[in-house]
Design a protein around this ligand. Sequence first.
Ligand code: F6R
Length: 609
Amino acid sequence: MCGIVGYVGKNSAIEPVIQGLKALEYRGYDSAGISMLTDRDTLTVKQVGRVEALEEELAEHNSVKSRLAIGHTRWATHGSPTITNAHPHFNADESIMVVHNGIIENYQDIRTRLAKAGYKFVSQTDTEVIPHLIDHYLKTEGSFLKAFTATLKDLTGAYAIAAIHAQNPDTIYVARLSSPLVIGIGNGENFLASDPAAIMDHTKKVIYLNDYEVAEISASGVKIHDIKKAVEVKRAAEELDFDNEKAALGDFPHFMLKEIHEAPQTIQSAIRGRVRPETNTVKLGGLDNVAQQLQFIDRIVIVACGTSYYAGLVGEYLIEELAGIPVEVQLASEFKYRNEPFSRSTALLAISQSGETADTIAAIKKVENYGVLRLGIVNAVGSTIARMTDAGVYCHAGPEQSVASTKAFIAQVTVLAEIALHLSQGRSPLYKPLLNELVNLPEKAKQVLESADDIKKLAKKYANQRDFLYLGRNYSYPCALEGALKLKEISYIHAEGYAAGEMKHGPLAMIDKDFPTFALACDSPLLEKTLSSIEEIKARSGPVLAVATVGNKAITKLTADVIYVPKTHEQLQPLLIAIVIQLFSYYVAVEKGLNVDRPRNLAKSVTVE
Ligand code: F6R
């Protein structure tokens, strides 16, 4: 949520900041702004809407030269998307400018305190307290660094902050707590951003800032201070292993379609070097250093949000069936506030595409002092969750740009299957068949993608429905939940996912000719039962479309609207079903003329609780 970029150096600051903001739009896109120090003055320009609108506004100032600037793209938390609420925010004389990602939980108290001291507020945001508080401390603290540090000590919540000051024209001051912030090291120029993707066209050398650290960034260097221990920290830059070309749209009209079409490579990348049928082994290097501890684990708690949570539910079925270890999957936002018994033999497994989701981070933090093993399944390399867990397995899916998560789900389920196989230590009768089948999955995913035109036709037929039900059993049940989420978030159609067996316990009452059901009816020992549920829906005039395994004749008697997927083991079916439900949601949203990659009210990386 919200993206921050900054530049200080020998060249013009405006271009890299605007370019960086464009790369960060996935984090929020309701307004954008930039503040810069010019030869004689400061300049702040803000605009509602996309970064392009800000760029147009900036064109009016094209004679302005600046070598230091900070920018922000916003996802509104406090206050609606207006120019006044857009960042940067500043103090009364506009000498201190601040951009912020996260939430200042005690901002009301600080606001009241500052108002009593005569400070005036113009926005509804939590962020606006920061420049005023720095201003307040500047009167007594003697230096901007000290005033900035004193301000941070007053803030509770989560933040990544960048601040600039007209009287310190060579420096950008940054800090973070539970929100991502990376510093890019250039040659005579330095950068900062919420995500390395925003600066990696300029440099691949980066320094990640840790919680409770402040950095002073100038053209010639970076000074990091640990504000808890009050000491300076020396940290060498690391080299990013990240390919921006992968993030380009290519010939696809939307990132979502591109990313769905990457499913075969996604599975391939997730199994490469790990799944080895020739030696009948699964090698997960990321778990090597905790191999000993893993042997004593008798329970796993998976924490995640949204699509990653549904991948976790598939993981629950996989790990329990293959490894015989009890698994509980919890929404990270609930887990954080639950009081439950938690023994040392329990491992926490966090799943996150971005590695920056605030709720998931909070869930991991909750168990920090329990002495339990903290594992991660993360896509974004070097992200907060990747760094705060004891061990883990990367998804290697490459950057996911579309707000709706697609290939990440595929990668997460593939990794969960690998972890389940690894934990089973070869004891499950399914070990060898699944190990061998994983290698066939990229090709089978390709075959599913070949049905894209048929799925598009179905999407056209059903695009004007108001409601939708997704049904599945066993391994298909989490897919039903994920299918409903995907449809809701990008097409704004009300959709619910249900376990097929639950229909008669309530949801059947909703069914009529205007309430279609997407039945996930692939081959399984429980297929007969799913077909009975479809019969019950048909008997109440409910339209049904289905995904089934190729060769299934029974389904054709119930509906003509069927998408077939290749045969595979039930345990791996989610990887193929996911492609169908993702494509269906995509084409429905396109049919409705919606902004597929940037659905309303959402953002890609949810860094606020
Ligand atoms: C849905 C979607 C979200 C994310 C959720 C968790 O398509 O993208 O539900 O899955 O916000 O995000 P990560 O996986 O980054 O922790």
